[in-house]
Design a protein around this ligand. Structure first.
Ligand SMILES: [Ca+2]
Ligand SMILES: [Ca+2]
Ligand SMILES: [Ca+2]
Length: 277
């Protein structure tokens, strides 16, 4: 009967609307987070599904992400959800081809409610998401790390991830190499901090080749974040140069041509001229 057909169509419409509404709400990007733009078959990655189940809150808001959503160039979307014991204590998904196969991997700070932070690498092959590699958790809750740069920092052809472990406490720069599907700790260096407790800004570092040897270097703040060190990891770890700041670095630190632009907490911004040795 026409009336039943009409009712049927209406119910289908309502059901579709509810399903879309539920999906949209679940997959909403968490506030104050950055989407990562992809290459190859990946369009973007967003951190989603805010949770308060880990009450550490170093990043300025009383929530963390409990999952991420990958959007592929063909329009397909996949969501990944962590178990209840973990969160992504991060606002900055990073897409980098770590193993040189032409497919980007996803790098995130993944924290366990009892063990603190770790660095996690996810494989994003179309149709599935898998944890590819992970550093050990720091070992106790409320201990965090902030990635500083991802590049081949020693010229060996393998990609390294530079991060600062416990940027509010131990302030230790660590270099981890990704090779053969595993992350290995290469070196540690004291006296660096790339985050202020409670700040939403994680981008206090920049990667570029400062001394012109063809191998990238890393610019990041000192322990009190009132100076910028440019460090090289080869032939041995070395601070190539240091720029003193008029106030604490607020970030984001960026490089434009031969200039580092350093927004400060007092609202001003310093332009640091890079001069090759
Ligand atoms: Ca890859
Ligand atoms: Ca390397
Ligand atoms: Ca260099």
């Amino acid at each position: 009967m026409p009336s039943n057909d009409h009712l049927g169509r209406k119910l289908v419409f309502i059901a579709a609307f509810l399903w879309l509404g539920t999906t949209t709400a679940w997959a909403q990007k968490i506030p104050h987070s950055h989407a990562a733009e992809g290459a190859g078959n990946i369009a973007s990655v967003e951190l989603i599904d805010a949770t308060q189940r880990y009450a550490h809150f170093v990043l300025g808001d009383r929530f963390e992400a409990s999952g991420f959503q990958v959007t592929f160039k063909d329009g397909q979307q996949i969501q990944f959800a962590l178990p209840p014991s973990e969160v992504f204590e991060d606002r900055l998904p990073r897409l980098v081809d770590l193993n040189g196969d032409g497919q980007q991997e996803l790098v995130l700070v993944q924290s366990h409610v009892d063990k603190g932070a770790s660095l996690a690498v996810y494989d994003l092959t179309l149709g599935s998401i898998e944890l590819l590699a992970q550093t050990p958790y720091i070992g106790q809750p409320n201990r965090w790390l902030n990635p500083a740069g991802i590049a081949d920092f020693d010229g060996d052809g393998q990609i390294e991830i530079a991060l600062v472990a416990k940027p509010h406490l131990a302030k230790e720069l660590q270099l981890w190499r990704f090779a053969k599907g595993q992350l290995s700790l290469i070196s540690t260096h004291q006296g660096f901090s790339n985050h202020r407790l409670g700040s939403r800004e994680q981008r206090l570092s920049v990667v570029f080749d400062d001394n012109g040897d063809g191998i990238v270097d890393l610019a990041l703040p000192n322990a009190s974040r009132n100076a910028i060190h440019i460090v090289s990891f080869v032939p041995q770890f070395d601070v190539l140069r240091t720029y003193l700041l008029a106030d604490e670095l607020a970030g984001p630190l960026t490089k434009t041509g031969d200039t580092l632009v350093a927004p400060l907490r007092n609202g001003s911004s310093m332009r640091l001229q890079l001069v090759a040795d």
